[in-house]
Design a protein around this ligand. Structure first.
Ligand code: ZN
Length: 442
C-alpha cells in the first residue's frame, strides 16, 4: 500500500514537472518522429460507471473508469492536439492510405459491458467522438457474466467467509489462483490477471463450478454488476455510426486453444455481429491481449483488417495492423497525489512520458500456440527445462527472456508458494504476466 501511494506520488510529481517544463511536448515530438510522422494512440476501456467509488467495492478495479473521468479524457485528448478518430481511419493512416493532419486518438471498448451503452455512448454521441466496441457474442443478449467477473466475485466471498476451499474436488491448478490470495501474497485482481492468461476456459469454469458448489450455491454467488449489452442496444449504437469488432464467442483466450476452436471463435463471432447488426465486421480484439501467428493467419484469411493487443507501445506508420498497440486506461491512471483528477498526469499518459522514461513495463502479447497441438502437456520439450529454469531464476519480473523452444518449467516465483505449479515458457515471451497490468493493481 505504501509502495503504491509512493509510486502514485512519484508519477504525479514527475507528470507535473514534465508538463510545466515543456519536457512532455519534447517527448511527444520524439514519439511522433519514432512513429513515422504521426502518433496513433489507441486507448482501451472496459466499464464506464456513474458511481466509481461504489463500484470499486465490488468490481475488478482495473476495468473501471467514472463517466466524469472518461469525459475529461476525451476533452483533454482534443485539447492536447489529437484528432479523435475511428479505428478504421487509424488503420488507413498506418497503411499509408490516408494522410492525417494531426496525431490520432482512438477510443476502444472491450467486452461490450452495458455500462458503455449507459454511460459512455451518450458522452461520445454528444461530443461527436467515434469509438469501436469489441463484442464476445455468446454473451450479448444474455444474463451471463464473464468468468473473470464471476471468479472475482467468488474469491471475494471465499475471503469474506474465511472459507477453506477443498482442493481435492477442484481442477489441479486451483491452488495457483487461490493460494497467493489466501496467503495475502497477491491481491485478488492481480492473482486473477496472472491466472486467466495461463489457463484455458475449461479450467476457469471448473473452478467456478467447484467454488459455487462448495460455497453452497445461492443467488449471491453471482455478481449483480457486469451485465452486457443486448442486440437492440448494439444496433442503436451502430445506427449512430459507432463501430463494432469481434472479441470471440465466449471471451476465450485463443492462444490456449486448438486450431479448430480458434477458427470457430473468430469466424462465428464475426458472422453473428454481421447477421444481428447488419454491418461488416473487420476488426478483432485478442482476449487477454494474447495473440499468435496462427490467430493472425485466421484473421487475415477471413476478411479482417486489424487486431488490437494490450501492448503499451507506440503504433508506427507502416506497422502490422494485426498487432495494433493499445494503452489500457482506468480511473487511477488519472489520479494525482491527493486522489483527485490530475490533468498533467493524464496528458503525460497520453504522451507516453512514462514509456519514454522507461517507467512503464509493456508486456508483449505474442504467444506460441503451445497447448493447441497437445492435450495437456504431452508434447513438451522437457530437455530444455533445465536451461530455461536457470534463465528464469535470474530473471527480474519485468524481463523478456528468450529460450529456444517451447518448454514447461517450474517457475521459481510460483514454486516458492505452490509446489508443482507449472508455467509455459516460450520464445520471446514476457515471463511476468503480473507486470503486464497497471502496477496500481498489485
Ligand atoms: Zn475482453
Amino acid at each position: 500500500m505504501a509502495g503504491r501511494v509512493l509510486r502514485r506520488a512519484a508519477k504525479a510529481a514527475a507528470a507535473g514537472f514534465l508538463h510545466y517544463s515543456g519536457a512532455r511536448k519534447a517527448m511527444a515530438a520524439y514519439r511522433r518522429s519514432q512513429s513515422g510522422g504521426r502518433r496513433i494512440l489507441i486507448v482501451s476501456y472496459h466499464r464506464v460507471v456513474s458511481d466509481f467509488t461504489g463500484e470499486l467495492q465490488r468490481s475488478i478495479p482495473g476495468l473501471l473508469i467514472s463517466q466524469e473521468t472518461f469525459r475529461r479524457h476525451l476533452e483533454q485528448a482534443h485539447a492536447a492536439g489529437f484528432e479523435l478518430a475511428s479505428l478504421g481511419d487509424a488503420v488507413d493512416v498506418m497503411a499509408g492510405r490516408r494522410a492525417a493532419k494531426k496525431d490520432l486518438f482512438v477510443v476502444t471498448f472491450d467486452d461490450g459491458y452495458r455500462d458503455v451503452y449507459r454511460y459512455a455512448y451518450p458522452v461520445l454521441k454528444q461530443m461527436g467522438v467515434p469509438a469501436i466496441t469489441y463484442l464476445p457474442t455468446a454473451f450479448i443478449n444474455t444474463d451471463k457474466r464473464f468468468n473473470h467477473d464471476r471468479l472475482f466475485h467468488l474469491l471475494r466471498r471465499v475471503q469474506e467467509r474465511r472459507f477453506r476451499p477443498d482442493y481435492a474436488t477442484m481442477p489441479g491448478p486451483s491452488v495457483e489462483l487461490l493460494g497467493p490470495i489466501l496467503t495475502g501474497q497477491k491481491t485478488t485482481s492481480a492473482a486473477l490477471d496472472d491466472f486467466i492468461g495461463e489457463h484455458p476456459t475449461r479450467v476457469l469454469t471448473g473452478i467456478i463450478d467447484a467454488l459455487e458448489q462448495q460455497l453452497g450455491g445461492g443467488a449471491d454467488l453471482l455478481p449483480e454488476q457486469g451485465d452486457v449489452m443486448n442486440w437492440d442496444e448494439v444496433r442503436q449504437m451502430a445506427r449512430d455510426g459507432f463501430e463494432f469488432g469481434a472479441h470471440t464467442l465466449g471471451h476465450t483466450v485463443l492462444t490456449l486453444e486448438p486450431t479448430a476452436v480458434v477458427e470457430k471463435e473468430i469466424l462465428e463471432s464475426k458472422q453473428t455481429i454481421e447477421r444481428e447488426v447488419g454491418v461488416q465486421v473487420k476488426d478483432f480484439a485478442y482476449c487477454n491481449g494474447w495473440y499468435s501467428d496462427e490467430m493472425i493467419r485466421v484473421l487475415s484469411q477471413n476478411g479482417f483488417r486489424s487486431g488490437v493487443t494490450t501492448e503499451d507501445l507506440p503504433n508506427r506508420v507502416g506497422g502490422d495492423p494485426f498487432t495494433l498497440k493499445r494503452k489500457v486506461m482506468w480511473e487511477n491512471f488519472s489520479l494525482g497525489m491527493m486522489g483527485d483528477y490530475s490533468s498533467s498526469l493524464t496528458v503525460c499518459q497520453f504522451d507516453d512520458c512514462f514509456g519514454v522514461l522507461g517507467m512503464s513495463h509493456p508486456v508483449l502479447g505474442r504467444r506460441p500456440h503451445v497447448l493447441s497441438q497437445a492435450t495437456g502437456t504431452t508434447n513438451v520439450l522437457v530437455q530444455e527445462a533445465a536451461a530455461a529454469e536457470a534463465v528464469l531464476a535470474r530473471a527480474t519480473p519485468v524481463e523478456v527472456v528468450d529460450v529456444t523452444a517451447p518448454v514447461i518449467v517450474t517457475d521459481p516465483r510460483v514454486a516458492a508458494a505452490v509446489t508443482g505449479a507449472q508455467v509455459v515458457v516460450a520464445p520471446n515471451v514476457a515471463l511476468a504476466p503480473e507486470a503486464a497490468k497497471p502496477e496500481e493493481l498489485q
